[in-house]
Write a protein that binds this ligand. Structure first.
Ligand code: 5MM
Length: 340
């Protein structure tokens, strides 16, 4: 890095580029076991080549960079070359006008002292890994913490452990020139109601920002990737407007206006629900931060079915992805931010 000022300028520039209207982020960083599960459910064989072909098809979608700012890759893909042009994926993304992201956590593991709760690991040796990723073309990174709602859960120790790890990761990313995407996901599995999720999400985000401040993370050079405030998937259903109000109220109270932006995850919601909820949030302008999407399943599930049912037809699959991306980006209204 030339000096700290140059580094901060680049971070802030890239962080804002990630959430610049009308773009969002494509999360294609499923670990191999997760992608294998998704492939197997649709009868697709999962191996290094088939996973490479799937990711190459997605990112090679013509016109993608008009609506997608960046793509989050998994380490396997990051180190692969494209079959068509024999380019390293980070170089391929750069040529297509897409920022290259990399998932750097090593997964959620059992947290000792809790009743089956999880803490995300990956801090060991993270600095040298980030340096290598930056040198090979990554410009942002992602770390996902998962918090389950249940009786007495998430526990204070689970929240504190994950918030601490997210902040350590974020600070290290910024030291190595990568924009950290900070992802504390409150899972939607369960019978809980909306208010329960709202209370948990509020507590989690408060803890995360306390830790980010403790580590002096530059908020202008990071993107928050939270879950929407919804009832549990087996809980009492509410309208998109109620979800939007609860979500935005929660973020207003906990997310400083100085973050570069918020890029929501879809969390296993249907394509339609994720997009409708995002649109309902945008109807609540003015908002203090750019608000966009960083969806995995809500962008990929439909194209993956097309990929499977069409005998891996590239054009049909890309048309399906482009349709999902267009619908989702269509939920983002160009609006003035709140003037503070
Ligand atoms: C795309 O999947 C990401 C990696 O998941 P695993 O580590 O479980 O394999 C995941 O972090 C994803 O980026 C987020 O969950 C957002 O994706 P969704 O599908 O919730 O929008």
């Amino acid at each position: 890095m030339a000096n700290r000022l140059t580094a901060i300028n680049e971070l802030v520039h890239n962080a804002h580029a990630l959430v610049e209207h009308p773009k969002g982020i494509l999360a294609a960083d499923e670990s191999s076991p997760t992608l294998t599960k998704r492939f197997t459910a649709l009868g697709i064989e999962s191996n290094e080549q088939s996973r490479r072909d799937w990711r190459e098809t997605l990112v090679g979608t013509p016109g993608l960079s008009a609506l997608i700012s960046g793509v989050i890759l998994y380490d396997e893909t990051f180190n692969q070359k494209t079959s068509a042009s024999d380019e390293a994926f980070p170089d391929y993304l750069a040529r297509l006008g897409l920022l290259c992201g990399i998932k750097v956590d090593t997964g959620a593991k059992p947290l000792a002292g809790t009743d089956g709760e999880l803490v995300t690991e990956g801090l060991d040796n993270l600095g040298p890994r980030l340096e290598r990723y930056y040198d090979k073309g990554a410009r942002f990174a992602k770390w996902r913490a998962v918090l389950r709602i249940g009786v007495g859960q998430p526990s204070p120790v689970c929240i504190a452990s994950n918030a601490h790890a997210l902040a350590r990761y974020a600070r290290l990313c910024q030291e190595f020139g990568l924009v950290p995407i900070v992802e504390p996901e409150v899972l939607m599995e369960g019978t809980h109601d909306l208010d329960t999720n709202a209370a948990v999400t509020r507590t989690v985000l408060t803890a995360v920002f306390e830790q980010l401040r403790a580590f002096d993370v530059a908020l202008t050079g990071m993107v928050l990737k939270p879950s929407m405030v919804t009832p549990g998937n087996a809980g009492p259903a509410v309208t998109p407007e109620v979800i939007a109000q609860a979500t935005i109220a929660c973020y207003r109270d906990t997310v400083p206006a100085s973050v570069a932006g918020i890029a929501l995850l879809s969390g296993g919601q249907s394509d339609e629900a994720a997009t409708t909820n995002l649109a309902a949030m945008h109807a609540m302008d003015p908002l203090p931060w750019p608000l966009t999407f960083s969806f995995g399943r809500a962008l990929q599930d439909t194209p993956l079915k097309v990929w499977a049912s069409s005998g891996q037809d590239r054009e049909l699959t890309q048309a399906s992805l482009m349709s999902r991306v267009t619908d989702t980006a269509g939920a983002l209204e160009p609006r003035d931010l709140v003037t503070l």
